[in-house]
Design a protein around this ligand. Structure first.
Ligand SMILES: [Zn+2]
Length: 388
């Protein structure tokens, strides 16, 4: 492997802006270098994911499908192109075996280390004419604001890969094989307004309904850290909004929150308990005519929990490649969301590996060059092992 070129790819990609929705320059840089390495333009496409993503997006996902030079399972390597707002204006500089930001910004090692490692892999295969099975390279958009590219990618555009290797972490020896799932929810509460001093009994207070609802499910153990029969999850109230005046019975409230769990059934149970508590609370608050409050409940599946069995081929392939390089493999489960949540949900068993990003989303972010180069070697080894 040409370490100098691999390093050059990383420095170049770190120098480009590319907030969520503005991934064009990054995609063009990757495309240019792939074409220089001998990639056929017909193998490169951009999908229409951006037409299904809310907000202004310059482009969809960048997808490259390399036909196999040998038969074998289709391997997919993925990483997101976008960076968080704190990266804006970042200028990368090398400091020993690290790349750090020159000024008071984050760096964008999350996740340009992935883009550069995948580019290095493809360049190496193409320029050296190395044998490989069919491969898909997926560079996603909008990961940082809700995993949008992975959520909206169509498996047929990816060629239905047999296994996936997502790059979006630090240490290459830590293979993430599970991640949490989350719901975001919003409850609208409607009561009846009335003069709070003259006819408070004519009113139905949405504020009272909100309070009773939250107290109810908290009392059942579904608030904050949730532990029931060995199952774990969390829930939170994020915002409470409503009311116009102190002398008016509050007739509208809106409450937003989230629920999380590694167990998809338990996640449903938590959010169901929250929904039911607000309904019960609304029915319990009535005015002088017996009119009760009402609720509407919206739940959004932010991302799906997943857990890959350690017997899966993709976990074996990862562990074997690490072992061949004399490295241990320590499978991990994370409490954050990853593109891999959606890729696994879409039927592509996908582990997530690190390419040396550290302290993401902070001004202390850096890229560890040795870990980055190790990740490049692990990816090359994964491909080589399918050939043997
Ligand atoms: Zn990331």
């Amino acid at each position: 492997m040409n370490d100098a070129r691999a390093e050059n790819h990383l420095l170049h990609l770190l120098s480009l802006p590319g907030s969520s929705g503005q991934e064009r320059q990054v995609a063009d840089a990757i495309t240019t270098r792939l074409l220089e390495a001998g990639c056929d333009p017909d193998w490169i496409m951009e999908d229409d994911a951006h037409t299904r993503i809310p907000g202004d997006f310059e482009m969809g996902n960048l997808i490259v499908k390399l036909p196999g030079t040998i038969e074998g399972p289709r391997l997919m390597f993925s990483g997101h192109m976008d960076t968080v707002p704190l990266v804006r204006g970042a200028v990368p500089k090398k400091e020993g075996r690290r790349i750090v930001p020159e000024g008071n910004t984050a760096l964008g090692a999350d996740n340009r280390t992935a883009c550069a490692a995948i580019l290095t892999l493809a360049e190496q295969l193409l320029t050296e004419g190395l044998p490989h099975p069919p491969m898909t390279l997926l560079f996603t958009v909008g990961e940082e604001i809700g995993l949008w590219g992975a959520k909206e990618v169509r498996p047929e555009n990816l060629g239905y890969p047999d296994m996936g290797f997502n790059i979006d972490s630090g240490n290459p020896t830590e293979a993430i094989i599970g991640a949490i799932g989350a719901h975001r929810w919003k409850v609208g509460i409607t009561g009846v307004s009335a003069h709070a001093g003259v006819h408070p009994d004519h009113g139905v207070s949405a504020a009272l309904i909100a309070s009773k609802g939250i107290a109810d499910y908290a009392g059942q153990g579904y608030f904050g850290l949730i532990e029931k029969d060995g199952k774990r999850g969390t829930s939170n109230v994020g915002t409470l909004q409503g009311g116009e005046a102190t002398n008016q019975v509050t007739d509208q409230m809106s409450v937003t929150g989230e629920s999380r769990s590694h167990d998809p059934d338990f996640l449903q149970e938590i959010t169901d308990a929250i929904e039911t508590a607000f309904q019960t609370a609304a029915a319990s608050v009535t005015n002088h005519k017996g009119v009760a409050g009402t609720t509407s409940f919206l739940r959004n599946e932010d991302y799906h929990a997943f857990r890959i069995s350690e017997d899966e081929a993709v976990v074996h392939a990862t562990a074997q490649a690490l072992k061949d390089l004399g490295l241990p493999c320590s499978p991990q489960v994370t409490d954050g969301g990853l593109d891999a949540n959606f890729l696994n949900f879409k039927g592509i068993p996908t582990v997530t590996l690190g390419a040396g990003q550290h302290n993401p989303h902070t001004v202390d972010e850096y890229a560890d060059l040795d870990e980055y180069l190790t990740c490049c070697r692990v990816l090359l080894r994964i491909v080589a092992n399918t050939v043997a």
